[in-house]
Write a protein that binds this ligand. Structure first.
Ligand SMILES: NC(=O)c1ccc[n+]([C@@H]2O[C@H](COP(=O)([O-])OP(=O)(O)OC[C@H]3O[C@@H](n4cnc5c(N)ncnc54)[C@H](O)[C@@H]3O)[C@@H](O)[C@H]2O)c1
Length: 325
């Protein structure tokens, strides 16, 4: 059995509780939240012990794996504390808000030799694998991606300092899928619009963002986000000579001269597939079962943070790239 604990007992934690209770080799053990009543509610519903202090939970419980489900601003030294005890990690996206701190965490994870997954669940859709296999060996010229929706009412979401804004907190899934399909990015140019949120008291995030991307391959592209829309749309197009791939939700379309093929994805619950892969990676000591790991996710964060830096200085920002494994 893998004894699993949680830090953070909000919305995404509940999604994981429900996924994990479907898995045979999991014992939901303990949950910690700074708001004790949140921990107690989850503990009562899923048969765990509740804590409001991480050190106390780590000291008292025998835990194999920790799900880090706190908001982006609240990672503090959670990952380092778990790594020091050899506890495997699944860290929700985004990994944090500061590349220096996240790199330190990656170092601690590397030294500990633990399995460390990141919560880029969309990689576990069957259509993501089919999209990658279609693109294999093809030269990509351009990527066009968007994540457009309404405003999120979660209290911390509107504050740039606490969420990182829509590009970092939400469209990070889109940025990550762009990387997954089209490869790594070497430079970013960001444009931000801070208008149109006057009716949202305390909002310090941009309402619309355009992040221009230059890929290592030479391809160019952009990710656009907006949180002022009446509905929700998200999608990625990958363009090459005489072909186009479009991925939106579970629908994948390939367009070639005179031929269009559409595939509807069959994966029911990406969180279940992601959590299953993590638990199996822990059970077998095999991080190769993960489609998204901490070190890789760090590069996704780097792209989004670089877009803000670029907008601030009014220049393109060159990325450092992946840290060595
Ligand atoms: N993978 C996905 O599709 C997905 C979906 C939703 C959210 N998320 C991510 O999950 C994270 C949490 O989002 P959420 O929607 O669950 O937020 P939430 O606000 O619903 O819940 C966060 C919980 O963490 C607790 N918390 C805050 N600081 C803490 C700390 N230092 N120690 C312990 N508990 C603490 C809060 O009290 C709250 O109960 C965010 O990074 C978000 O981007 C991922």
């Amino acid at each position: 059995m893998v004894k699993v604990a949680f830090v953070g007992a909000g919305g995404i934690a509940k999604t994981h509780f429900n996924a994990l209770k479907e898995l045979e080799h999991v014992k939901l053990t303990a949950v910690c939240d700074v708001v004790k009543s949140n921990a107690e509610k989850a503990a009562g519903a899923y048969g765990m012990r509740a804590y409001d202090n991480l050190d106390e939970m780590l000291g008292r419980e025998r835990i194999d794996a920790l799900f880090v489900c706190v908001p982006p601003f609240a990672h503090n030294d959670i990952e380092e504390k778990a790594a020091a005890r050899g506890i495997h990690l699944l860290v929700e996206k985004p990994l944090g808000l500061d590349m220096g701190r996240v790199s330190e965490k990656a170092d601690a994870i590397g030294r500990a030799g633990i399995v460390a997954a990141a919560g880029y669940c969309l990689r576990y859709h069957d259509v993501a694998a089919q999209a990658r296999s279609y693109l294999e060996g093809k030269e990509i010229g351009m990527v066009r991606a968007h994540h457009l929706c309404g405003f999120v009412e979660t209290p911390w979401w509107r504050e740039l300092e606490r969420s990182g804004g829509q590009l970092v907190e939400m469209a990070t899934h889109t940025v990550d899928m762009v990387r997954y399909l089209a490869g790594d990015v070497k430079s970013v140019y960001g444009l931000m619009n801070y208008g149109l949120l006057e009716d949202r008291p305390g909002a310090t995030i941009p309402s619309t963002v355009c992040a221009g991307l230059e890929f290592v391959s030479g391809a160019v592209g952009h990710v656009d986000t907006a949180c002022i829309q009446p509905d929700w749309r998200s999608g990625i197009e990958v363009l090459g000579k005489d072909f186009r791939l479009a991925l939106s939700g579970k629908t994948l379309t390939f367009t070639e001269r005179g031929r269009t093929t559409t595939i509807e994805g069959q994966t029911g619950n990406v969180f279940l597939e992601q959590d299953r892969a993590f638990i199996e990676a822990v059970l077998h000591g095999d991080p190769g079962r993960l489609k998204s790991d901490y070190l890789d996710a760090l590069h996704t964060l780097e792209i989004s943070l670089a877009a803000y830096e670029s907008a601030r200085i009014g220049q393109r920002v060159m990325l450092k790239g992946k840290l060595p494994a």
